[in-house]
Ligand binder design. Structure first.
Ligand SMILES: *[C@@H]1O[C@H](CO)[C@@H](O)[C@H](O)[C@H]1NC(C)=O
Ligand SMILES: *[C@@H]1O[C@H](CO)[C@@H](O)[C@H](O)[C@H]1NC(C)=O
Ligand SMILES: *[C@@H]1O[C@H](CO)[C@@H](O)[C@H](O)[C@H]1NC(C)=O
Ligand SMILES: *[C@@H]1O[C@H](CO)[C@@H](O)[C@H](O)[C@H]1NC(C)=O
Ligand SMILES: *[C@@H]1O[C@H](CO)[C@@H](O)[C@H](O)[C@H]1NC(C)=O
Ligand SMILES: *[C@@H]1O[C@H](CO)[C@@H](O)[C@H](O)[C@H]1NC(C)=O
Ligand SMILES: *[C@@H]1O[C@H](CO)[C@@H](O)[C@H](O)[C@H]1NC(C)=O
Ligand SMILES: *[C@@H]1O[C@H](CO)[C@@H](O)[C@H](O)[C@H]1NC(C)=O
Length: 378
């Protein structure tokens, strides 16, 4: 049973109902779950889909986050789309042969080996797309559900196909992906720059992305370029380490594993030896401006679509127009808000704050409690 925060927050704001969000991603980390909760969202479901990770690895990471924060009893875990609509491993690699390869190939990486075993994971037997539809229907008249999708758009596209009213009954959609103007950065950058400027979420399933982005949402926020500019740094490590009371405290407490995943050795120049250690806070940035819209400092309204021509070097890339210049017939476009910038300091503050609260009683009392004094050394 779910107890909404309004019943229990000491000194909190009492509201009749909470905002709702449904999370779909190709893997999950703690911040992507905690930031919306911290912003007063009720997470009505977590669906994990194929994309940058295989389906089993996505599901496993979602399971780990929910388990480590003791939230499995009130936040259901679902298995979302297990493959793109049309794109296959073969077409993905054929396209790379024809037009050039992205650095990051996600679960299409040759030799990809699963890290999890599905028999070790407990999850609902309702498919992610159906769970999304059910959640949107359940709250459409009271607290319309926001959809946050930070991987491929396949699960949302499946849900739209089964239930087109989803687009009217949901509050809106926030996505990670949809870079613009990155061609020059790709041409002049090293492999890391090419990697972070490649739109894997859209190019892995271009058709799903086109269906979803042009469906006609009340609100569609695209967290594209901006997400590349919020990154780990020595300054952030120092802040986390000081907050914890030392790197040892972080290393010795399992509860702080998500902090350990960020700081690693605690030394940025050592960590940056492997660029996988210093990736931008892509999806978390989208979580942050969804849950805390007051951190937005610049946005642009556009009409948007995704290139779905296979024989195009831009297959799966976002295309944007000013509303007066977008195609009106022929190619379907949709209104979207592209986020250009956010208050960076507020984002880092938020990151530090949410990781140092105790969330383990959330399902029980509907709120986090203070972590102070509960860990070895903190
Ligand atoms: C996907 O394609 C690549 C390149 O052709 C190949 O190396 C890899 O084994 C394929 N993966 C699967 C799961 O078939
Ligand atoms: C599955 O769980 C068993 C028992 O806890 C563990 O030994 C095994 O390593 C797990 N397998 C994977 C792939 O996580
Ligand atoms: C997953 O775990 C089950 C049960 O422990 C085992 O039979 C199976 O071989 C494992 N699969 C893989 C791929 O490790
Ligand atoms: C998007 O990112 C690229 C590469 O970093 C940059 O050159 C370009 O100006 C950015 N465009 C916008 C609209 O932010
Ligand atoms: C990080 O490690 C390098 C190499 O050992 C060292 O020169 C540097 O001072 C370290 N930086 C910090 C902030 O500890
Ligand atoms: C990364 O660090 C390892 C061990 O610390 C070292 O062997 C390797 O050469 C380093 N690689 C680069 C690219 O600096
Ligand atoms: C899309 O945006 C334009 C203005 O930019 C507005 O006139 C139009 O009504 C919007 N369409 C929808 C379906 O919201
Ligand atoms: C975990 O959640 C359960 C049920 O919501 C609760 O009874 C229990 O106290 C929680 N455990 C911790 C360590 O907070």
């Amino acid at each position: 049973m779910r107890i909404v925060p309004s019943l229990v927050i000491a000194g909190g704001i009492s509201t009749v109902s909470a905002k709702k969000v449904f999370i779909d991603n190709d893997g999950l980390n703690a911040l992507q779950l905690l930031i919306p909760l911290y912003g007063g969202y009720d997470v009505v479901g977590v669906s994990m889909s194929f994309g940058s990770s295989s389906t089993v690895d996505s599901l496993g990471s979602g399971y780990d986050v929910l388990t480590s924060y003791n939230m499995t009893s009130c936040i259901p875990l679902y298995l979302g789309a297990q493959q793109p609509l049309i794109q296959t491993n073969e077409t993905f690699h054929l396209h790379s042969t024809l037009f050039g390869a992205p650095v990051w190939e996600g679960a299409f990486t040759p030799g990809y080996v699963d890290s999890y075993n599905i028999s070790n994971i407990t999850y609902s037997d309702v498919p992610g797309a159906l769970a999304l539809i059910d959640a949107v229907k359940a709250y459409k008249d009271t607290d319309p559900v926001m959809i946050w999708a930070a991987g491929m758009m396949t699960t949302v596209a499946q849900a739209l196909s089964i239930y087109p009213k989803l687009v009217d009954e949901a509050a809106g959609l926030y996505i990670m992906g949809g870079y613009v103007d990155t061609q020059f950065a790709q041409a002049t950058g090293d492999s890391f720059q090419v990697d972070v400027n490649t739109d894997i979420n859209l190019i892995q399933d271009p058709e799903a992305a086109q269906i979803v982005l042009t469906a006609g949402w009340k609100d569609l926020y695209i967290g594209a370029n901006v997400t590349n500019y919020l990154v780990p740094s020595q300054q952030l490590y120092d802040r986390l380490i000081i907050k914890a009371g030392g790197l040892d405290v972080i290393n010795e407490n399992d509860y702080l594993a998500p902090v350990q995943d960020i700081v690693l050795s605690g030394n940025y120049s050592l960590n940056s030896n492997d660029t996988e250690n210093i990736l931008p806070f892509w999806d978390e940035v989208v979580s942050a401006f969804m849950a805390f819209p007051n951190i937005l400092t610049s946005v642009t309204s556009v009409r948007a679509a995704v290139d779905t021509s296979f024989y195009s070097p831009f297959y799966g890339n976002l295309r944007v127009w000013g509303s007066d210049f977008a195609p009106t017939t022929g190619y379907r476009t949709g209104n979207a808000t592209i986020v250009n910038s956010i208050k960076k300091d507020k984002f880092y503050d938020l990151l530090v704050d949410v990781l140092f609260e105790d969330w383990r009683e959330y399902c029980h009392i509907g709120q986090y409690t203070s972590l102070k004094g509960k860990l070895n050394g903190y």
